[in-house]
Design a protein around this ligand. Structure first.
Ligand code: F6R
Length: 240
């Protein structure tokens, strides 16, 4: 793991964006793995700005998102589909049929997990963007998830629901379940960039980097991947 600490979230976001932009400019058919949540928002803003100013094209790029809540329609403002359209896809020239996000309202969720996993198996993600949960989750692979897991249906940790309640009007509205890429799918990416900012992530970051590789802190598996960049602000790095 290569750890870089930045003074500000903006700087961290810009540097991460520059890596993606350079890759997409050199590989027009790049496959990107994407995350939702607060951590990649600045990165997405930079990709949009660059697309508008410099014309970096996403015409042939393909994306796979990490996860989606179960039970929220695509039109629900807190669905990850909606989040991605609002914060990235509506503002760059990526064709809709190049976007892959698990369908959280599929009638048969087990079949949807299998379908998504098969889609993933047909591609290799060049760069996977990750955030990290305060409990050390990556995607929605909560503590205790086996490292060899593939796309699966997951019951969200109460800690995760509480953390994400800030986006909903009450905790009762936060979905209880999600579909997530498994840890094995994430580890199959050629390169991984994990972004974390703020003191609430400091313990998880410490455990991920300095602790044992342990399913109780799912992100610790990244210690065994050969190409991981960890981009932190000073607060997230404060316990290192
Ligand atoms: C989101 C995801 C989650 C988040 C994590 C951190 O697609 O898979 O693992 O990356 O919960 O969320 P934020 O960035 O909101 O702190």
């Amino acid at each position: 793991m290569e750890v870089r600490v930045f003074d500000t979230y903006e700087e961290l976001s810009r540097e991460a964006a520059n890596i993606i932009i350079a890759h997409v400019r050199q590989n027009s058919t790049a496959v990107l793995g994407l995350a939702t949540g607060s951590s990649p928002l600045g990165l997405y803003r930079e990709l949009i700005r660059d697309h508008k100013e410099n014309g970096t094209s996403y015409q042939n790029v393909m994306t796979f998102n990490l996860d989606e809540y179960v039970g929220l329609e695509k039109t629900h403002p807190q669905s990850y589909y909606y989040f991605m359209m609002e914060n990235l896809f509506n503002h760059i020239n990526i064709p809709l049929d190049h976007i892959n996000i698990p369908n959280g309202t599929a009638k048969d969720i087990a079949a949807e997990c299998q379908r998504y996993n098969e889609q993933l198996a047909q591609h290799t993600i060049d760069i996977q963007i990750l955030g990290i949960g305060a409990n050390g989750h990556i995607g929605f692979n909560e503590p205790g998830t086996p490292f060899d897991s593939t796309t699966h249906f997951v019951k969200l940790d109460e800690k995760t629901r509480q953390d994400n309640a800030r986006f909903f009007s009450s905790i009762d509205e936060v979905p209880t379940h999600a579909i997530t890429m498994g840890i094995q799918n994430i580890m199959a990416a050629k390169k991984i960039i994990l972004l974390a900012s703020g003191t609430s992530k400091a313990d998880a970051i410490y455990g991920m980097i300095k602790g044992p590789v342990d399913p109780q802190l799912p992100a610790s598996i990244l210690q065994t991947h050969s190409d991981v960049l960890v981009f932190l602000d000073k607060e997230a790095a404060s316990k290192l």
